[in-house]
Design a protein around this ligand. Structure first.
Ligand SMILES: Nc1ncnc2c1ncn2[C@@H]1O[C@H](COP(=O)(O)OP(=O)(O)OP(=O)(O)O)[C@@H](O)[C@H]1O
Ligand SMILES: [Mg+2]
Length: 246
């Protein structure tokens, strides 16, 4: 079993990406049951969630309207993500995960995740709580930029020394061009990932894989899995796609 896991709940799982600001409560509850069982067995946990039909859609709408983002646009995107974060928090609390929210715009100076301060997340972790953070908007360089949940998850796993980093996505793992789950990915070059296009302003599945590869140089267990396999992944079973950089 993992000792300390950073779990990224994809926005593609906790929301319906094709319907503006709609939460997939069934998925969220199903994931919470699995997280609760992991925590109940003594595991430590940080949860990061993505933007799905909240953040990504808010950004895309603003870009379509104005062509570029200004610092003031942070406000609207942050509010949209805060709404989603509160819903996620509420469900995690129902399942006794004792979640506590750490919004990135309050702990990160810029979208470079190395600028984020994790000391209060670390404090809450030690207290047995479940720190929760998410992809967010940050005013930077005369614009508004997006810090991705995937990047935050990698940075948290590396700096807080997680032994597991699990990305949960809508598909059962990374799929090849025949729709089959690729069991092991050890480099981006060998990648023949069939990419389904979704509304995603932070790079979608390909960027996720390259971030996961980077993390796997230090984090023992890095996996991209479907929602039904989260608990199995936390128990270090061979499910979904294992990411291991050679
Ligand atoms: N080859 C592929 N294998 C697996 N999933 C793929 C593939 N190509 C596209 N996808 C889609 O990419 C999604 C994962 O990346 P994406 O960035 O869209 O979602 P996410 O990271 O869960 O959401 P968010 O960025 O909002 O957190 C999967 O849920 C799937 O729908
Ligand atoms: Mg994404």
């Amino acid at each position: 079993m993992c000792r300390f896991a950073v779990v990224k709940l994809g926005g593609s799982v906790v929301t319906f990406k094709d319907r503006f600001e709609s939460v997939d409560l069934d998925s969220l509850r199903f994931l919470s049951v699995q997280l609760s069982s992991f925590k109940g067995s003594g595991g430590s946990l940080v949860v990061v969630h993505g933007g799905g039909s909240f953040g990504h859609v808010a950004v895309s709408r603003l870009l379509a309207e104005k062509g570029r983002l200004e610092p003031g646009d942070s406000s609207l995107i942050q509010e949209s993500m805060f709404r989603l974060a509160l819903i996620v928090l509420g469900v995690l609390r129902e399942y006794n995960l004792r979640p506590v929210l750490h919004p990135p715009h309050s702990i990160c100076y810029s979208v470079d995740p190395s600028s984020c301060m994790f000391d209060l997340i670390q404090r809450d972790l030690v207290l047995g709580l479940t720190p929760v953070t998410y992809g967010d908007a940050i005013p930077e360089g005369g614009s508004t930029r997006i810090i991705s949940g995937d990047e935050l998850a990698v940075e948290l796993a590396l700096r807080l020394n997680a032994d597991c980093l699990i990305f949960v996505i809508r598909a059962p793992g990374v799929l090849d061009e025949n729709g089959r789950v690729i069991k092991l990915l050890d480099s981006i070059d060998k990648l023949r990932v069939y990419e389904i296009k979704y509304m995603d302003v932070t790079g979608g599945i390909v960027n996720k894989i390259s971030l996961a590869l980077k993390a796997s140089k230090k984090v023992r267990e890095v996996r991209i899995v479907g929602l039904e396999d989260l608990e199995n992944a936390l128990n270090m079973r061979d499910v979904g796609t294992k990411i291991k950089s050679m």
